[in-house]
Every structure is written in C-alpha cells, then in structure tokens.
Design a protein around this ligand. Structure first.
Ligand SMILES: Nc1ncnc2c1ncn2[C@@H]1O[C@H](COP(=O)(O)OP(=O)(O)OP(=O)(O)O)[C@@H](O)[C@H]1O
Length: 262
C-alpha cells in the first residue's frame, strides 16, 4: 500500500484544568496521516475539550500537539483556519443565514482579505453540500432546518474549508441511521484523500466500523489507544462505561461488533 499524502497528528502531555480539576489530563496519542481516529469515552470524559484545544478554541495549560512538522498549538490563526476544521456539536444559529451562506463561511480562510465570494468558492460550497446530501436545501434559512439537517450543513462547511485536519465532535448526533452512514463514509473517503480525521463518537459500534484507531478516555485520561479490536474489549468497556458486552465479528466486514447486555 502506498503511503497516503498528508500529515499525522501527535499529541503529548495535553493538560487543561478548571476549578482545580483536570478535565484533560496528560493526554498523549498519535494518529497517522490520512486515517480516521475515534475519540471515545463517557459523558464528561474530556472529548470536546480536547478537540477544542486542538482546534485552537481553548488554550491548554500544558502539552504539545504537532501536525506533520508544524506546531499545531502555536500555528498562526489564519494558517490554522486554512488547515484545520472543527465541527462542534450542533447549536441553533443566532441569526438568519442561508445554508449556502453558512457553508461559504468555510471558504473565508482561503480568500484574500478584501475579496468576496468567487465562482470557485460557490462551486466548493455546492460540492460540499452535495457530498452531505443537502444541496436541495441550499437556499433555506439554516434556522428552519432540523437538528440532523443542520449537523450535515456544519460538516459541509468544514468540507468547503478543504482542511488537512478535520476535528469533529459527535458528528452523527441527531442523524438517522442512513445519514450517520453517509457522514462516516464521507469521513472515510476524506481520509483516503489524505485528510487526517479525529472524531468524538458515542456509538462504539460506529467507531468499530469506521475508525482505523480509537483513543478511549475516562475522566480526562487516556485509558487505551489502538485499533478498535485492541481497545474495545469487554474488559475495557466494563472498566470505562460499567457496561457488560460481548465482542462479536461483523459477518460481512469482519470488524468488531459489540453486543451489550447491561
Ligand atoms: N469551562 C468549563 N467550566 C467548568 N467545567 C467545564 C468547563 N468545560 C468543561 N468542563 C467540564 O469538563 C468535563 C469534560 O467536558 P467535555 O465537554 O470535554 O466532555 P465530553 O467528553 O465531551 O462529554 P459529552 O460526551 O457529554 O459531550 C465535564 O465534566 C465538563 O462539565
């Protein structure tokens, strides 16, 4: 297999505290270029905080993160905006904006300071909307969309940004099963194009099906890093989630399939 172009992510000693509590506690892991890595862990385990820190939305107290040869945490804002996209958990927009205009926001980092939207920007925005299956709603007001539709627009905005590193916080939240598969298939095809994808996921079976590697967190610390088969063991799932499960083999993909029994 020839190596995929793109950069890998390396995080070491990432730490962030609030009110004397370590929310992110010396997190360390690496993700090879052009792979999909899942960030897993119970509610409150630090997934969103870690993603926000890597996207530059929150300043870590300590630790390093490199992306390829570059220091991700000290990258200039405009360069980061060109290279790194963050899809946060959906929230309702606070102003009226069309779907097309919301996706075009992803093009801003690629424009010169005084330039308006170009035909190329429009084309990139529409291509992104087609990829998430939302082109038909391009002229709708974002506020009138359902939670799942809006979530796909947020993914389209990140796609329009044409990032090298894509950070997503539970992108399958609110999505029906077909939209979940569509978004995760899309993340896989982006990784094939060299984009490095790091995504928080709650559904362990989706993580097992779509991620090359997973980072399992509990109380801000890394419990395990590896392939889904290595990490999603009954022992670790019981330890982290306090839930019993058996790990079966998916009959067609051969990937791990978790059957929970409470
Ligand atoms: N600004 C803040 N002030 C106080 N506590 C915070 C702050 N930001 C995060 N936390 C706490 O840090 C912990 C981790 O939050 P985070 O949102 O990163 O978890 P998560 O793993 O993404 O959770 P979920 O699965 O519920 O989305 C939570 O207990 C949260 O309440």
């Amino acid at each position: 297999m020839s190596p995929v172009p793109g950069a890998g992510l390396r995080v070491t000693g990432a730490t962030w505290s609030v009110e004397d509590r370590r929310v992110v506690d010396e997190i360390a892991f690496t993700t090879p270029a052009g792979t999909v890595t899942g960030v897993l862990g119970p509610n409150g385990s630090g997934k969103s905080t870690l993603l926000r820190a890597l996207a530059g939305a929150l300043r870590l107290d300590d630790g390093e993160a490199s992306f390829g040869a570059d220091d991700l945490l000290r990258m200039r804002r405009r360069e980061r905006a060109r290279r790194v996209a963050l899809v946060e958990q959906d929230s309702a927009p606070d102003r009226s904006i069309t779907v097309r205009a919301a996706v075009l926001l992803g093009r801003i980092p690629h424009r010169s300071l005084l330039a308006g939207d170009s035909t190329a920007d429009d084309a990139a925005a529409m291509t992104a909307l087609v990829r998430v299956g939302m082109a038909d709603l391009a002229d709708r007001d974002l506020a009138t969309l359902s939670g799942g539709e809006r979530q796909r627009v947020h993914v389209a905005r990140a796609l329009a940004q044409e990032p090298e590193l894509m950070l997503l916080d539970e992108p399958t939240n609110h999505l029906d099963v077909s939209a979940q598969i569509r978004v995760l298939d899309l993340l896989r095809s982006l990784s094939g194009e060299g984009v490095t994808v790091l995504t928080a996921l709650h559904d362990l079976n989706l993580a097992a099906s779509y991620c090359d590697r997973v980072v399992l967190l509990a109380r801000g610390r890394v419990v395990a890093v590896g392939t889904p088969l290595e990490v999603l063991t009954p022992e670790l799932v019981k330890h982290v989630y306090d839930v019993r499960c058996e790990v079966l083999t998916h009959p067609t993909t051969g990937r791990p399939l978790l059957a929970f029994s409470g």
